[in-house]
Design a protein around this ligand. Sequence first.
Ligand SMILES: CC(C)(COP(=O)(O)OP(=O)(O)OC[C@H]1O[C@@H](n2cnc3c(N)ncnc32)[C@H](O)[C@@H]1OP(=O)(O)O)[C@@H](O)C(=O)NCCC(=O)NCCS
Length: 352
Amino acid sequence: MNRTRIAGIGHYVPEKRVTNDDLSKLMTTNDEWITERTGIKERRYGKKHEETTATMGAKATRLAAERAGIELEEIDFIVFATLSPDFYFPGSGVLMQRELGITHKEVACLDVRNQCSGFVYGLSVADQFIKTGMYKNIAVVGSEMHSMGLDYSDNGRHVTVIFGDGAGAVILQPDTRPDAGILTTKIHSDGTHAEQLAMINPGCHGGYHGDKEKYNYPDPSTYGGIFFTPEMHDENMLYPDMNGQFVFKMAVQKFPEVIMEALADVGLDKSDIDMLIPHQANLRISQFVQKKLGLSDDQVYNNIQRYGNTTAASIPIALSEAWQEGKIKDNDLVCLAAFGSGFTWGSALIRW
Ligand SMILES: CC(C)(COP(=O)(O)OP(=O)(O)OC[C@H]1O[C@@H](n2cnc3c(N)ncnc32)[C@H](O)[C@@H]1OP(=O)(O)O)[C@@H](O)C(=O)NCCC(=O)NCCS
């Protein structure tokens, strides 16, 4: 069976920088609070009406394809991960396919809705398709246009200050080298605490899933399970919400656990890791994981300070930057790890 290699990688971040001070003009927050708790100094926001999750994904994919030395037409499968899709449906995969003009041949698109773990999930799925020989050039994309869907009032400040826009992509191909490429992927989920980090509306739940007051579910007797009503907008029910402290506690437990699981699977040790690219959730979470694994500063790549949390895009953006900066070399053991809404979490080990 083939192994899978990352043949090309690219990323795109919008030009517009939004600093913590900029946000403090919109809501009651300040640079000190945000920096201390998250490490974030600024994030990028896409250009409204010009840029979308799909167009940013297309830019990252073009660069990844160029670096892989393939024509866009050679891409035979697109795996697109996002929580901020252009449309409710169809997914952003087909919109990016159209944007890239590769509709003339039989390209399949799969949309992944695993939020912060979306890229690792996408990579894991794509890896199986390469291994079985079904596809030869798979684009795995993570892209987010969070800025279009955040609550800029004080109600949403605990969420809004964290997130930013951007996209990253890889081209996967079969790898004929022995013991190189993607060595293993591990993916997990547990929906017990689904509402702790979620955007519940608009949705088709009709108030079904339990405690509506606690989780901001609309009252089904008022809404009758209607997918979207103007009241949902008026009553601030259309934004993501998060129990930050709960998420933090889960994250610091799951990140090391899933990294150790991947290492054990291929008989390696944490001391074998050359570069850890954690999902950029919060600098404090990354630092906790770094300490737990006994890694030095130059063995962990963080860019959340400049981009905030870009959810499905954060790992491919960080991987692309680390590679561009020469921090990942041939034969290095690269570890990707993610945790997020669902909860879902996962890891990947790649011999570069
Ligand atoms: C979100 C997070 C930064 C909040 O930090 P925290 O220390 O848990 O803060 P809390 O939510 O307990 O709020 C502390 C206080 O700050 C206030 N606050 C919340 N957001 C604020 C903001 N942007 N600016 C200023 N004050 C803010 C709260 O209202 C609260 O005030 P109070 O004590 O008067 O009630 C932190 O919990 C976190 O990073 N969690 C993980 C989130 C994450 O990684 N999410 C992505 C997962 S993929």
